[in-house]
Design a protein around this ligand. Structure first.
Ligand code: NAD
Length: 360
């Protein structure tokens, strides 16, 4: 059975309560791949899979317009139909590779920004795999009609546009992009009223576990313990501090019953004076090909506790994205976090109006 978009939820799927910015709802337990979305057979992908490219020049259909036969008639053996926006990026390519080889999902299209050298290339070849017969396009609108779930590792401006398409079509959206400002976050929250949206600044199991540990340690230690967060990423990363560092800051602030935006010290430069008691400091390092290192330091007189996570490969994020895809297919509209996907039972984060991404 193919996972359906909201409004067309599979009959066997019990209605799940959409959760908004809550991670401890029972409905957020992880679903075994295959429970909603039966695994795809090991048979090769359909040879005559329709390409997105030939139809991109057609006017974008309204949500109520029946899909072109080429999309409607896809034989997916009950697998979840997945689209990847930003498919030529570092994460996009890694994810494509994983999706192509995964059971229970089938890639139905991929997009890139206008002018990208990847436009027109075969998605399979782009991922270093066998050709899929699907070309990269720069028009995501048909992709959102065709897919059950779209995964987005692009940039905040593009992601907001994609979220609006998800809201229009009801297609689930898994967002790995980081660096949203509060207006952009609010736009994602609005879109999540119409479509299931998983928003996760870090999709790795280890970092999500780290967040939980940091929250707990911050709760246990008194405010005499200073909290500082150091992160390092590759030289191409454009936002700082990283979404994960901020999410760890949110976790620490929650542990102290505070809102991060009130106590964050994101940059120190020049004559900044002594450290303000209770603030949470950030330090950002950039260089080489570092996938992502994060350390949370709790420092007191005479002793220090340091908790570190190091990502050795982007595969850990792609694995989390794949888990999110299988989990999100057929879910009710709502804003979900990686902790919902992983089934972690933690205290609900604060609201986005408090600028807290409901993410990992
Ligand atoms: P990247 O620059 O390699 O890839 C981004 C891709 O998006 C590029 O290929 C770019 O051309 C494409 N793009 C830009 N605008 C587009 C549009 N309108 N439509 C389609 N494609 C478009 O960056 P990356 O390293 O892959 O990271 C992407 C994002 O994911 C960043 O925000 C990064 O911080 C985040 N990230 C998140 C996680 C996580 O676990 N959540 C892990 C790694 C990276």
């Amino acid at each position: 059975m193919t996972a359906k978009k909201p409004g067309k939820a599979p009959a066997k799927t019990p209605p799940k309560k959409p959760i908004h910015l809550k991670s401890n709802d029972k409905s957020s337990k992880i679903q075994k791949p295959g429970s909603e979305t039966p695994a795809k057979s090991k048979a090769p992908l359909p040879a005559a899979r329709p390409a997105v490219a030939p139809v991109v020049k057609a006017p974008a259909p309204k949500a109520t317009t029946p899909q072109p036969a080429a999309f409607r008639a896809k034989k997916t053996n009950g697998a979840v139909k997945v689209g990847v926006v930003g498919c030529a990026g570092r994460m996009g390519q890694m994810l494509l590779r994983m999706l192509i080889n995964a059971a229970g999902v089938v890639v139905v299209g991929g997009t890139e920004r206008r002018g990208s050298a990847a436009l027109g290339q075969d998605l399979g070849a782009l991922a270093g795999a066998e050709p899929l017969g699907i070309s990269v396009t720069d028009d995501p609108s048909l992709l959102f009609d065709a897919a059950d779930v779209v995964v987005d590792f692009t940039n905040p401006t593009a992601t907001v546009q994609h979220a609006q398409m998800a809201a229009k079509t009801g297609c689930a959206l898994v967002i790995g992009t980081t660096g949203f400002d509060s207006d952009q976050l609010a736009a994602l929250v609005r879109a999540a009223q119409r479509a299931p949206v998983v928003l996760a600044a870090n999709m790795s199991l280890g970092v999500n576990l780290l967040q939980q540990v940091v929250e707990e340690v911050a709760r246990i230690l008194d405010p005499d313990w200073d909290i500082e967060i150091i992160e390092m990423h590759h030289k191409h990363k454009v936002d700082a501090p990283s979404g994960t560092a901020l999410a760890l800051g949110e976790a620490a602030a929650r542990g102290r019953g505070q809102q991060l935006r009130r106590i964050a010290r994101r940059v120190r430069d020049g004559q900044v004076g002594p450290r303000v008691k209770g603030e949470i400091g950030f330090a950002t390092l950039r260089g080489g090909d570092v996938v992502g290192d994060h350390t949370v330091i709790f420092a007191a007189e005479g002793e220090r506790v340091e908790i570190t996570h190091r990502a050795a490969s982007r595969e850990i994020f792609a694995r989390g994205a794949l888990k999110s895809v299988l989990w999100a297919a057929g879910k009710k509209p709502g804003l979900y976090s990686m902790r919902d996907v992983l089934g972690f039972n933690v205290q609900a984060p604060t609201t986005p109006s408090g600028s807290t991404p409901p993410s990992s």
